[in-house]
Design a protein around this ligand. Sequence first.
Ligand code: HDE
Length: 690
Amino acid sequence: MAKRNGRTEHSGAGGETHQIATSDDTTLTTNQGLAISDNQNSLKYGARGPSLLEDQILREKITHFDHERIPERIVHARGSGAHGYFQVYKSLAPITRAAFLQNPREKTRVFVRFSTVAGGAGSIDTARDVRGFAVKFYTSEGNFDLVGNNIPVFFIQDAMKFPDLVHSVKMEPDRGFPQAASAHDTFWDFASLMPETMHMLMWAMSDRAIPRSYRMMEGFGVHTFRLVNAKGKSSFVKFHWRPVAGSVSLVWDEAVKLGGQDFDFHRRDLWDAIASGDYPEYELALQVFDEEAANKLPFDVLDATKLIPEEVVPLQVVGKMTLDRNPDNFFAETEQVAFHPGHVVPGIDFTNDPLLQGRLFSYTDTQLSRLGGANFHEIPINKPVCPFRNFQRDGMRRIEVPKGRVAYEPNSLDPRGPRENPDKGFASFPAEEEGPKLRQRPESFADHYSQARLFWVSMSDPERDHIAGAFTFELGKVETPAIRERMLGHLAVVHPELGKRVADGLGMAPEKLAPARKPQDLPESPTLSLIRKAKPTLAGRKLGILATDGADAGLIAELRKTAEAKGMAVALVAPKIGGIVDGARKKQPADMALASSPSTLFDAVAIVPSASGAKVLATQAAVQDWIRDAFAHLKWIAVAPEGEALIAASGIEPDEGVVSLGSAKATKAFFDGAATHRLWAREPKLRDIA
Ligand code: HDE
């Protein structure tokens, strides 16, 4: 072992490592502060002898390691977090007294966790699933958690059914599969016996359940909440998040492939965007309405399986959230963050939605087993930034050291101690309640099909194709014919066209079902469709440029410059990660190696090889797949003249979305097309649409 310039270098045999140590103040210690002289070898009786039980340093290290994992969340186990801030555009004083919604100059810190629902913590990001969209606002009046999803409705109406729903979608208990998938018997068995799931199933089978990115996903508070102003006046509110980068999705085949090609596709995308300074932004929008307006709606606002179309109660955009910092430590922050819909601040209150009411119990309860006791609010990521003090004491993992003799109230021994405060304090909205105590669903919750039909008729053609295709795929995986037939029966009630397409896709006839309440035809709501309301943009999207030695340097530079000017991230993909020597004999570093960078990682691709490079690549199946996949996933493809040979070798039939480069007009056509994200007109030619 030699010591040079503050570096300790271990070398030679015997399991020693090469490592770089620094000055004394960074000395490695045990958790008790004991300096460690050797972190490579356990204590033995002779160099080749047995290890000694005495080795307290080894035992401390291994014991800690053995307990590194905590129970994962029972739902939403797989998640990704980010820090940021929220700012309101103008004071919301007329509708709420919440302090963080008063001052447009004030920035409120937030921590956000996006998640999938069904899979375990190590499952893939791109599964067909609902996404969690949970935001913790660290306000001056305490933490407010908006614990929402990327879909505005939910599967069930009453908390009583939640454990059943989750058990049905999770891996089947005898066999332990499938992981992170709803395409199996138990889920569809449950769903087909619960007509209230129909509306949410439409969303879950739509493109909303395979988002392109957490950065491009809408968010919803789902339940109706209350806002209360300083005068005590209450309004009902539905919370919405709208991504500034727009909302786009993957196509199913791409999501499936990404499941193998990049397990962490969404997590990596969020991390990379923030690390590169391309901060994800979401506008907060509210639907505010009063009791009278609620009573005029053809459904109950306390029913979480229903939404209020924007065309009926418009959205007011009230503020913006910017995510500008990645977590410092995944476990300490993203894993230990504890959200709870019951974390509200004065000016925000609950309603009687029976799903929300159940959630108000569940979230603290789950943290007790997940985070090991009642003091999880002391973990830094969960701690309010405003002062907090009370007489709660002790318990597992207590970190605070409260001072003094008084741990009760009222008291006279500590006149400066904490006291209740009727002015500042949270006071529940005094809603009047009456009625018998019973277990019953109100009649106003009985229509399970009208909004499912509304969703279907509001979609664009490609979205309808995808929904029919997803039902056909999922029910095709169901082994029990009676479950498939029962589901087909429901789909025929939702909409005859949907029912027929899926029945044809499965080659089966539906069971005849008579719904308790026949669906009504509601006016279309185009804003439910991602495609109908999409605005062309390239901001936040990714361009992959496939290049080889000798590639046209000018063309690469032009593509890169144009893409970056439009807010795209650009990656040069080369046969070798060492990079290329371009046609101007300049070395260009590669961002990614071709073998490990399938075209699924990009929103649009450009193929810029040299003629000789193209000749080599044309013979390789992986390169043909790269191009075939980009084409099959409806992406815009730009091709340099030398790349045409690759297009021919891949066997695709070029259409308007395959743009031959060579003029400024062609470059513009490529970027204009790519801004629409997908060439939907290509899809019917490529797939057998159900
Ligand atoms: Fe949750 N949910 N949920 N949920 N939920 C959890 O809490 C629960 C529901 C949502 O990133 C758990 O800390 C019940 C609706 C998100 O940490 C648990 C019911 C919506 C997250 C729980 C619901 C959500 C959770 C698991 C029906 C959309 C992830 C771990 C009454 C509005 C938060 C945890 C994060 C997590 C219970 C229904 C959203 C077990 C009982 C509806 C985004 O407490």
